[in-house]
Write a protein of this length. Structure first.
Length: 88
């Protein structure tokens, strides 16, 4: 697998980093998680987000948990849709 970070700027000085994977064997993509940031960004926040990223990968196959998609854009859209429905 290859890890890919995708950033999106949000309103009011916030941003989200999507933690994605590409399956190198079949070229499919999955979004494992999303980290939200706002100022001040501390070293501890960055460390925690990296630690959570690795621990989650060790616990579950991201392609089984979050799905497998033919493009990174489709994986991101599916993640955002699931996240939005979880907020309802």
């Amino acid at each position: 697998m290859r890890a890919i970070d995708v950033w999106k700027r949000l309103e009011k000085g916030r941003a989200v980093r999507y933690r994605c994977f590409e399956n190198l064997a079949n070229g499919r993509f999955s979004v494992q998680s999303a980290d939200f940031f706002q100022k001040p960004v501390t070293a501890e926040k960055l460390r925690q987000s990296d630690q959570q990223f690795v621990e989650l990968l060790l616990e579950d196959d991201p392609f089984k948990r979050a799905g497998s998609f033919p493009s990174l854009e489709e994986a991101l859209a599916a993640h955002e849709q699931k996240f939005a429905s979880d907020q309802d």
